[in-house]
Ligand binder design. Structure first.
Ligand code: HEM
Length: 447
């Protein structure tokens, strides 16, 4: 999901903090922590923001005991109207009601179905990757996860022609890119103008296919949402389904892409971990079940460590709907609040040598993630905690499982990904990796 709209004109006053964040968010957070502690205030583009840093302050806001922090007006200010009424933008009673229904789309049984559909689709996708030096993994992953979303979320080829799906993908990308638009109105030729048009394309497309999805018994997420019922047997309205679909597409897209990209970098720099993960993958069938995916324990440690080093959602947005307090600091009503979760992942009070890639820190007996209940929170916490966490794990693991079985890759040990934090963190150079086909592909299961 998009983060703070931090691409701002350099000429504006008071943009020092913004630019410092965009260039080096972890460094910015560390400096704020050192200078101002867990709760502080800044002015960004004429608005006062409260900044929360460290696990105690962030946890207090996420616990939200007095229901002062609202997610809808917090995120809505940043992502605009393009993800209107998605789950993350609903609050309190209404959010609770929708979440209870939506979580039925992510039960273990449903996840098994998505896992079974994902694996062949991923295999087809990565088969098209050319084995070459300097292969730009990030754009390739972006396009792969978009295709997977179209397939698993919407039913892919059964739903529409490749041309129409390409148009829908374009519309979706336009909505995602709006977060960093400078002109925040429906003006033709601007990011927001394109996003408004994109939202209309998505709405029209989803509404048009909805009756068939309601009538059919498909296993894609779109069909599943049509069948969900609350305790009284009431189904989501057509508008609810369209709003949830658009948000779910967005929530699933960049986050998984960033995670796999970070893993590719670190496994490329740490061949011993790459081999350890490959061993486990080669011991499984090409298309593993969910239980078999769960047995990839080394990969699990690596993914956790990569989510610690580069959390795809480094900051959460909230807005206070009444006056409240965090760690004894008063926060007035009507205040934008940024929960800088990433900082908890890099605190030397919680992690040994925090900048080092060291997946073993998540294994017994070290379990550094238990140094504080909120030390590691890439999926957030409280009532808005990521609903797609298990799905994300399956998608990320499945992509890496296929890459490990098909390729060996390397990345210069001295390489540091030039991450831009203008929206969600992404490598500006496209994350180059040297890909070599795994010639001696002898999966034990095939022996
Ligand atoms: C590695 C991948 C992912 C990461 C790191 C991630 C992270 C997050 C975070 C931090 C939040 C909390 C936002 C907040 O409190 O303001 C969130 C919410 C959410 N995520 Fe994810 N996410 C990922 C993948 C996914 C996927 C694949 C899906 C859907 C299939 C998804 C669906 C959602 C939904 C629906 C919410 C809103 C939950 C609510 O408001 O109740 N996410 N995610």
């Amino acid at each position: 999901m998009p983060s703070l709209p931090l691409a701002v004109p350099r000429s504006l006053p008071l943009v020092g903090d913004t630019l410092a964040y965009v260039r080096d968010a972890p460094g910015y957070m560390q400096r704020r922590w050192d200078q101002h502690g867990p709760v502080s205030e800044i002015t960004l583009l004429g608005r006062r923001w409260t900044i929360l840093l460290g696990p105690d302050a962030c946890a207090e806001a996420l616990r939200n005991a007095d229901k002062a922090f609202a997610s809808g007006p917090g995120w809505g200010y940043l992502v605009g109207p393009f993800f209107d009424r998605g789950l993350m933008l609903l609050d309190f009673g209404e959010h609770h009601q929708h979440r209870r229904v939506l979580q039925q789309a992510f039960t273990r049984q449903r996840l098994e179905g998505y896992a079974a559909a994902l694996s062949p689709a991923v295999a087809r996708g990565v088969a098209a990757w050319p084995a070459q030096p300097g292969f730009r993994a990030y754009p390739a992953l972006k396009s792969l996860t978009l295709d997977l979303a179209t397939e698993i979320f919407m039913g892919g080829a059964d739903l529409a022609t490749p041309e129409e799906l390409a148009r829908v993908n374009r519309a979706f990308v336009d909505c995602v890119q709006a977060a960093t638009g400078l002109v925040r109105a429906d003006v033709p030729g601007t990011r927001w103008g394109r996003a408004h048009r994109g939202r209309r394309v998505l709405e029209e497309f989803l509404h048009r296919h909805l009756p068939a999805k309601r009538a059919g018994g498909g296993d894609d997420l779109f069909s599943v949402l049509c069948r969900l019922r609350d305790e009284d047997g009431t189904a989501f309205s057509d508008d609810d389904i369209v709003n949830h679909m658009i948000f779910l597409l967005m929530a699933a897209h960049d986050t998984s892409t960033i995670t796999v990209s970070t893993v590719l970098q670190h496994l490329g720099q740490h061949p011993e971990w790459q081999e350890r993960c490959r061993e486990e993958s080669l011991a499984l069938p090409e298309h593993p079940t969910l239980a078999e995916l769960d047995s990839l324990t080394s990969l699990d440690l690596v993914v956790k460590e990569c989510l610690r080093l580069v959390p795809p959602v480094p900051v959460l947005a909230r807005h206070t709907v009444r006056e409240t307090e965090v760690l004894g600091h008063r926060i007035p009503a009507g205040r934008h609040t940024a929960l800088m979760l990433h900082h908890s992942h890099q605190m030397s009070e919680l992690w040994s040598d925090p900048t080092r890639f060291d997946p073993e820190r998540f294994a017994e007996p070290r379990r550094e993630d238990r140094s504080h209940r909120h030390a590691w929170e890439p999926f957030g916490g409280g009532v808005h905690k990521c609903l797609g966490m298990a799905f994300a794990g399956i998608e990320v693991t499945t992509i890496l499982h296929h890459l490990l079985r098909r390729h060996r890759w390397s990345v210069d040990p001295g390489y540091r990904a030039p991450l831009s934090y203008a929206s969600l963190p992404f490598p500006k150079d496209g994350q180059p990796v040297d890909l070599v086909p795994l010639t001696s592909l002898t999966p034990r299961s095939a022996a």
